[in-house]
Design a protein around this ligand. Sequence first.
Ligand code: PEP
Length: 274
Amino acid sequence: MMRQLVIVVMIVIANKNLKRRENYRKPVIAGNWKMFKTRDEALFFILQVSEAMPSSKDVETIVFAQAPLMRCLIKRQGLNLKIGAQNLFYEDEGAFTGEISGPLLKSYKVEYVLIGHSERRAYFYETDEIVNKKIQAALRNTLRPIVCVGERLEERENNLTEKVLERQIKGAFEGVKAIDMKNIIIAYEPVWAIGTGKTATAEMADDACGFIRNEIEKLYGKLIAEEIRIQYGGSVKPENIEELLSKENIDGALIGGASLDPDKFIAMANAAVK
Ligand code: PEP
């Protein structure tokens, strides 16, 4: 009798562990350096943080740097830190002066590329259609996109957040195959929280990430929706990251300003180790 009870308990524990592993989404902490840091400053940062990054078994950490820095940073990135690109063009080659091609990034062994950041949408007129073409270009070149979506302040104030997110998600993933979704991360970044010091509350961020997950489920089904990683971005810093990451639908952070400081970046990467 006792033996049977022990076996039942062991089966229950094993099932629970299996379930936990099935639902496990490895956190991804990414720094968006925007148009900051010279070559020397960037190298100094990498030198300071590389050794202090948590194991890539527990957390994925990425720094998105300006394109000319790719080559020298990738050579020194270390085992637990990846260097990503902030942008790519949707054609693979041609007369597009100043643009960055997917094949070039690939030749530098870049793995991740940011697509649809609100600054690119606002200052470089990137529409949902362009975002979609860029995602296709990234996937064609076996790059992994972090796709940014998020509402502007007036849209939130007019209760349009979900409408905007729905439009951005549908537009971004038009024609993207289910099999490619495993290579995609989504970053929910409310525009009003970027670089402003105003963070969405953890509940607001979790609700929006949950809504996005739901939209992905409508497009691709439950399994893909449960597996896709969704980050929050918008004035994340060491003081608020733990609360944000404790939420069910938030699988990491995309960090601008605070990622420029090596000590803060180390602290935030380590906060993601559960
Ligand atoms: C960003 O650049 O994506 C961002 C979220 O910036 P910040 O953390 O400075 O708000």
